[in-house]
Every structure is written in C-alpha cells, then in structure tokens.
Design a protein around this ligand. Structure first.
Ligand code: MG
Length: 218
C-alpha cells in the first residue's frame, strides 16, 4: 500500500482509486483540438502504483517519446459515499493537494485515433505525482491558483474558477457512477499550457503559492 502525506497530523490514509477528469477547462480542451463534453464528465482512472511522492523521481517509459505535464487541483476523499449530493459533497473532502496528471501524449494520440482506452497513456507507474495533503479549510476550491514550472520556466498558470464542472459536481457524479471510497482522490482537470517534459528535468507545481510539489524526470 502507498499512503498520502499530510501537512498536519492525520491518521494514515492509503491511496485508493485516483479518478481523473478530462477537458474540465475550456482553453485546455481547445488546445487539444477537443470540446468540453456537454453530457457526462470525461473520467479515467489511475491505480495507486501511479503515485509519485513529493521530491520523487519519474521515469519516462521506454515506449514513449512525449511525456506531458498537466497540473491539477486534487481532492482527497475522507469517507465512503455512493450517491453524494452536491450540497453534501464538501463533507466528504479530507483535504486538497496539487498533482500532475502525467500523460504520454504520443501513446494517447494513437489510442484516440484507434478508439482505444487511455490507460497506458495516463496510468503508467509514477504518472501521478502528488504534494502533501492540506486541510479542507485551507483553500477555496472555487478560486485556487495553479502553476507549473519546468526547469524554472513557467509553463501553466490557471485558476479553478475556470473549471467547467465544480468540485461538488464532480464528487456527485463520480460517487453516483463508481462509488467513492475513503482514500480515493479526484484529479479535477488541467488549465491550458500543457507541454512536453524532457528527461533530466525538474518540475515544480504550486497551489495558491504555498503548497508545493517537486519531482525530477529522469
Ligand atoms: Mg488531466
């Protein structure tokens, strides 16, 4: 099992299913040549083995030549729920983190062309770097700043006020389809500016200029 790290004292919490939302920022959907889905949200999953801790090392899989960064607000779920309403959704949040939804863009492009799943492109070992978890009261998830730097260069800057679907709406949807469990988390989508990370790079993601995630790509 792998466990979250918390910025404040908490009982240990094993990382469960990582739910990820695609195309939740219109400008990012456009840069991918896609639209924000107007029906159900676009959901995919990463396994716990995708977790990379703060200051960790990510290895680009040998079968890809194009690793991309996607900085995202991550919501950590603190209790089980199967049909959570938007009104009660925030009661299920044990904290927030900043994460990077690492993506093998070349593999994803082939999968899209063939109509195949994104699992290999999105869910490979180490593909989910995550900061320590901060308490729910420490941010407003409707107005949180996200930034991502590669080797000190600003690549992405966005705010969760640009999200197409709110955190409560995502919790309600995912709980109704899959059932959320204590220790699951939700990657809530990335703003525009996604781009390639070359090997031997240092990546830094920042939430509200205080919560920092750093990792190295070898
Ligand atoms: Mg993403």
């Amino acid at each position: 099992m792998v466990f979250y790290t918390f910025s404040e004292q908490q009982p240990s919490l094993a990382i469960g299913t990582m739910y990820c939302i695609g195309r939740n920022f219109a400008a990012h959907a456009r840069e991918m040549g896609a639209e924000v889905p107007d029906g159900a949200p676009l959901v995919f999953l990463k396994p716990p083995s995708a977790y990379t801790p703060h200051t960790g090392l990510v290895t680009i899989p040998k079968f890809s030549n194009n690793l991309h960064h996607e900085v995202e607000l991550v919501v950590i779920i603190g209790k089980d729920g199967d049909t959570i309403t938007e009104q009660e959704a925030r009661d299920y949040i044990i904290g927030y983190a900043v994460g990077v939804d690492l993506t093998l863009r070349d593999i994803q492009t082939i999968a899209k062309q063939k109509g195949e799943p994104w699992a290999t492109a999105k869910s490979f070992r180490g593909s989910a770097p995550l900061s320590s978890v901060i308490p729910p009261h420490s941010i407003d998830d409707t107005n949180a700043e996200l930034e991502l730097y590669v080797n000190g260069e600003l690549r992405q800057k966005g705010n969760t006020n640009q999200m197409e679907r709110s955190v409560p709406a995502l919790i309600a949807y995912i709980s109704s389809v899959f059932g959320l469990r204590r220790g699951d988390c939700i990657f809530t989508g990335t703003p525009e500016g996604v781009a390639q990370i070359h090997s031997q790079s240092h990546v830094k993601a920042i939430l509200n200029s205080h919560t920092v995630l750093e990792f190295t790509v070898e």
